[in-house]
Ligand binder design. Structure first.
Ligand code: ADP
Length: 487
């Protein structure tokens, strides 16, 4: 327990994405929601973000904190601080932004250009993010504020932990969170010299990974504590099946590794107030959900049938997400009278296969290729079930959003899906095989045909507490256990 006289903990969250400004996946949702929840829990939580155009524009009343350069290929870098309000109901968070136009002021994604290829200076772009994080944590850039805890998210910010470790004078402790171990930030070894880190770190017990320079290993080797986004994934990544080649490191650090599930932001995900929907509803009165379903069926060109169980998918289209299993199970699923509505983008063969299925089964399968936040909400509300058949899933957010919207998840029992879905609120299958998915889908359809049972499951799902307040309390307990000793 903390004593009442302990000063508020100060923490700096370093990350490359933040909802709704820059988002490629669940990382952005977490970075948008966790710092405001920590503020509400009494902490002094701040953000550090790269100055991509959408982020620079969103920071209000920016003030210059420091200026330096050349650094990481940029002639001039300005560190600014301002207030960033990411959600209607959330408090604004103080955000440091790295204004380095040479590295960040460009159209395209945070990691890839418009041609879909990684930016060829990603090493510099995210090396700088790590370096600035550690400088702030060491008190070198903002004399008015320094954090007790430096919390780095995913490989983009991972080098923060290495730079901090190389600064013996810094009192701050570090946490590294793995949101997805499959993306490690690998670069040619020869580019290591651009980072200004001691050469001895380019070893297997440092940043070297099978002849490559791995940013992710900076976090895994040098952070004081490691977390990932579900207890099951925390265990899984210590095994060869899920460990992406770094399971040995994670096994060695098992005592420092824990899993904390993500939450759901009620300001963005609430069927009673969601502005994207055709109608509103709650667990007490679900009639609006039927209107959302009819509206979705109309919008997507599906047969408008209340009695057809409607499966929804909102997903990146990648090998990880197991959507090839959905394609293989599709004929059996449709034979049960079901419909499928998919929103996603990613690998071209998967995009093409879902478009071909739409052409083959008009009125029963509908596909929208692209990224569309409002449309994701309409699928979440209009579908009866949300499909998440992932091969691996660190936490998974769409099954949580589905539950909040009374849309029952059908998931593979893996990672965070295993920690958040059980038979009372959804349907699970074990093996990454179409037959296993089909069997679970049949069980779901049978249950759907029993309205009273279905409604009871919906109400139980909608009542599950995945609030960020509870999540913030778990992170606070972790931070408190690491609080640097005075002096
Ligand atoms: P991951 O981070 O692996 O992509 P998560 O389930 O943790 O998976 O988070 C995915 C997030 O991205 C969710 O907020 C989901 O609603 C959103 N999302 C995924 N694909 C799309 C899309 N095509 N359009 C809109 N939102 C999407």
């Amino acid at each position: 327990m903390t004593t009442t006289s302990a000063p508020p903990l100060r923490m700096l969250h370093a990350a490359a994405e933040i909802f709704p400004l820059v988002k490629t996946g669940g990382l952005a949702d977490v970075v948008g929601a966790l710092p405001p929840a920590l503020l509400a829990a009494g902490a002094d939580a701040r953000l550090l973000l790269p100055g991509m155009p959408a982020i620079l524009e969103a920071v209000s009343r920016p003030r210059k904190v420091a200026e330096f350069g050349p650094a990481f290929g940029a002639a001039r870098v300005t560190l600014r601080i301002g207030r960033l309000k990411v959600g209607a109901g959330e408090p604004a968070v103080q955000a440091y932004v790295i204004d380095a136009p040479w590295l960040y002021a460009r159209a395209g994604g945070p990691y890839q250009g418009p041609d879909g290829k990684p930016w060829d200076d990603n090493l510099q772009r995210f090396g700088l993010l790590g370096w600035v994080s550690a400088q702030l944590a060491g008190g070198g850039l903002d004399p008015a504020w320094r954090p007790d805890i430096l919390h780095a998210h995913d490989w983009h910010a991972a080098l923060a932990c290495s730079y901090l470790r190389m600064n013996p004078g810094a009192a701050a402790r570090s946490v590294f969170t793995v949101h997805n171990l499959a993306y490690q930030g690998l670069f040619p070894q020869g580019d290591f010299r651009l980072l200004g880190l001691p050469q001895r770190l380019m070893q297997p017990d440092g940043l070297e990974f099978h002849g490559w320079l791995s940013f992710m290993k900076g976090g895994l080797m040098h952070a004081d504590r490691l977390t990932t986004v579900s207890p099951t994934y925390a265990r899984e990544i210590t095994t060869p099946e899920f460990g992406c080649g770094v399971e040995g490191v994670l096994r060695e650090r098992a005592a420092d590794l824990s899993g904390i599930l993500n939450g759901v932001d009620p300001h963005h995900w609430d069927p009673a107030t969601d502005r994207s929907l055709a109608a509103h509803y709650s667990a007490v009165d679900l009639t609006g959900k039927a209107r959302c379903k009819a509206a979705l069926q109309r919008e997507m060109g599906l047969a408008v049938r209340a009695d057809a169980p409607l499966f929804g998918v909102v997903s990146r289209l990648s090998e990880q997400k197991g959507l090839d299993l959905v394609l293989a199970a599709l004929p059996a699923l449709l034979a049960e009278g079901a419909q499928l509505a998919l929103l996603g983008s990613g690998e071209a063969p998967l995009e093409q296969s879902f478009e071909a299925a739409t052409a083959a089964y008009p009125g029963q399968v509908a596909t929208r290729i692209g990224y569309d936040e409002a449309f994701a909400h309409r699928i979440m509300a209009g579908a009866d079930l949300i499909l998440v058949p992932s091969r691996f899933e660190p936490c998974g957010l769409t099954q949580l959003y589905g539950m909040r919207y009374g849309t029952l998840p059908l998931v593979r029992r893996v990672g965070g899906l295993a920690d958040t879905v059980d038979d009372r609120v959804g349907f699970l299958f074990e093996d990454a095989e179409a037959g296993a998915l089909t069997a679970a889908a049949r069980r779901a359809v049978l249950t759907y045909r029993e309205p009273a049972r279905w409604r009871a499951m919906q109400q139980e799902a909608m009542a599950r507490d995945h609030s960020w307040d509870a999540v913030a309390a778990r992170y606070m307990a972790l931070y408190e256990s690491m609080r640097p000793t005075a002096g």
